[in-house]
Design a protein around this ligand. Structure first.
Ligand code: ATP
Ligand code: MG
Length: 565
């Protein structure tokens, strides 16, 4: 699923080059290879859009493969959520849903093949010793005592590892490469460990598990992948993956690395996100403050806005932090065209129109979407007692305050002009509990026959008709643009924003919103875009989450970015 013509990038150049020389019989086959150990985040969306997008552009294929080699951390619920998210983003893996765990048998056979070729051996060192023997960036490693074992002995020991004859951690299978290679990953990497762990798919069939490095490249090869696209940190693994494939003499995909996405004011690491979930800093993986795809969905983001974002950030070779304002900018542009308008008052202040007939009411026509006249109008009830936003009134305003204050006239959106004539205060606290105004009947619909135009237009609801509702507002999850930037000794969680969620219990909404479908998206006039929450809404009692405010900070960031150049 692609929305626009693809932008040129270095990955496409490589693929074009391969096609030009007739590699892979002209096939383009990619894959998205998540490990089912957490929910997908927006960084994964970048990889999904890239892999599925390339396959679509080149009329090729993209597999969904679960790289599930780590039994302790993987779960079926993660598999379910990953599939849901990829589908929601608009991509289809058709019948190509694969699992590295389905290749455990073949990976085992490949390992036997390496042993036969003298390229792997069983090692008796403990995990700590393996690390110790590995050496350093400046000095070579030390050979394991098991390195000199003959083929027959290795075959026998490896078979017995699989048969469960050795305790966990007692033995490993390692590739025999070079303990002095400048690339530490080439210093006889571990291929198999003894580990009695229950796997969510293979159960207790195995007591040895392949390492990610052993499984990943061969899994791509088995699937006939032509271009294995991964993030930059795998660049140093490439010689190792190639070494395995060359020694095994099997199909060798071409690995291409690109920079991973980092988004401002959040973290994109499943390990950290899991910590936030487990330690209760957020309310689950789909808490709307999370950078997960499920959280964006719940919060009201559209799949198109996420695809557009991934397209706009492009693929590059250098890591950088992308400002979340870019993601919001695209979403706002889309919702501006598609989201129907409605009126909601978050922090109600009562207004009494003293010259409006008591006990009567009328219905006013309000435009559903000024960007799309075809959406028509709706009737919104209006009466003598209204609610406006508490912030829209000041008894003693500073000079530049153009909204309501004593003696001032404002426009009520799609309704009338009104002028403040006085306030009523709680005698005990001095708090303003009511504002008194007179309205001008000649301004019905929001225009004056004499052409006068107040500086401010306020949104409102009729007190007697409005429905009460809970509304949730969000701020960034972390206070720092780069939450991983820490003072000496500080914990990354210390950068969490204590004000990331604000729950407003007593909002008042125009009555039409009582019927808002869970998941539906709206623009509340002057307040932002909101989504009726799928999780918390009840029939007739929706709970609204603010998807994004109306203020577009992207333009400002771009401007200041240019100034800094
Ligand atoms: P994390 O660092 O969040 O734990 P991961 O890389 O361990 O992520 P995987 O499940 O292995 O998670 O990722 C699946 C695919 O998504 C990989 O190909 C990986 O390169 C890609 N990916 C993960 N994070 C990002 C990111 N921030 N930007 C772009 N691609 C990413
Ligand atoms: Mg990974």
């Amino acid at each position: 699923m692609t929305d626009t013509k693809p932008k040129d990038n270095f990955v496409r150049e490589i693929i074009d080059g391969d096609l030009a020389v007739g590699k892979n019989q002209g096939r383009v086959h990619t894959r998205f290879p998540p490990e089912p150990n957490g929910y997908l985040h927006i960084g994964h969306a970048k990889s999904i859009c890239l892999n599925f997008g390339l396959a679509a552009d080149y009329k090729g294929k993209c597999n969904l493969r679960f790289d599930d080699t780590n039994p302790e951390t993987e779960e079926p619920d993660y598999v379910r959520s990953i599939k849901e998210d990829v589908r929601w983003l608009g991509f289809d893996w058709e019948d190509r849903e694969f699992y590295a765990s389905d290749y455990f048998g073949r990976l085992y056979d490949y390992a036997v093949d390496l042993i036969r070729k003298g390229d792997a051996y069983v090692c008796d060192l403990t995990a700590e010793q393996v690390t110790e023997y590995r050496g350093t960036l400046t000095g070579p490693g030390k050979e394991s005592p098991g390195r000199g074992r003959g083929v027959e002995e290795n075959l026998d020991l490896f078979a017995r590892m699989r048969a469960g004859e050795f305790p966990d951690g007692a033995k490993t299978l390692r590739a025999r490469i070079d303990m002095a290679d400048p690339n530490l990953l080439m210093r006889d990497p571990v291929l198999y460990r003894v580990r009695r762990a229950h796997h969510y798919r293979t159960g207790d069939a195995w007591c040895i598990y392949p390492t990610y490095d052993w499984a990943h490249g061969q899994s791509d090869s088995i699937e006939g992948v032509t271009h294995s696209i991964c993030t930059l940190e795998f660049e140093v693994h490439r010689p190792l993956y190639d070494w395995f494939l060359v020694r095994l003499g099997i199909h060798r995909p071409r690995q291409i690395e690109f920079a991973r996405l980092s988004l401002s004011h959040t973290v994109l690491s499943k390990r950290k996100l899991l910590t936030l979930v487990k330690e209760g800093f957020v309310d689950g993986w789909d808490d709307p403050r999370m950078p997960t795809i499920s959280a964006f969905r719940r919060r009201g983001y559209t799949p198109a806005s996420i695809r557009r974002f991934c397209d706009e950030i492009g693929v590059a070779k250098a890591n950088s932090i992308v400002d979340e304002a870019l993601l919001e900018h695209g979403l706002r542009e889309e919702l501006n065209k598609t989201a129907p308008r409605a009126m909601a008052v978050l922090r109600p202040l009562k207004v009494v129109l003293t010259n409006y007939p008591e006990g009567s009411a009328e219905e006013l026509d309000c435009v559903n979407n000024p960007e799309d006249p075809g959406r028509g109008t709706r009737k919104v009830p209006f009466s003598r007692v209204l609610y406006i936003e508490r912030d829209d009134f000041m008894e003693d305003p500073p000079k530049k305050f153009f909204r309501l204050s004593p003696g001032k006239e404002v426009r009520l959106r799609y309704a009338y002009f009104m002028t403040c004539t006085g306030v009523v205060k709680d005698p005990a606290t001095g708090e303003i509990v009511e504002v008194h105004c007179t309205y001008d009947p000649a301004t019905r619909g929001g225009d004056a026959p004499d052409g006068r135009s107040p500086k401010a237009t306020l949104h409102w609801v009729s007190a007697g008709h409005a429905i009460p509702a809970e509304v949730r507002l969000y701020d960034t999850l972390f206070t720092k643009r780069d939450p991983n930037e820490l003072e000496e000794g500080a914990d990354w969680k210390s950068n969490l924003n204590p004000k990331s969620l604000e729950t407003i219990a007593g909002a008042r909404l125009e009555p039409s919103l009582a019927a808002a479908e869970p998941g539906s998206r709206w623009q509340f006039e002057r307040l932002g875009y909101f989504c009726a929450d799928i999780g918390l809404s009840r029939p007739g009692a929706p709970v609204f989450l603010r998807t994004v405010t109306l203020r577009d900070t992207w333009a400002r960031i771009q401007k200041s970015g240019r100034e800094n150049e």
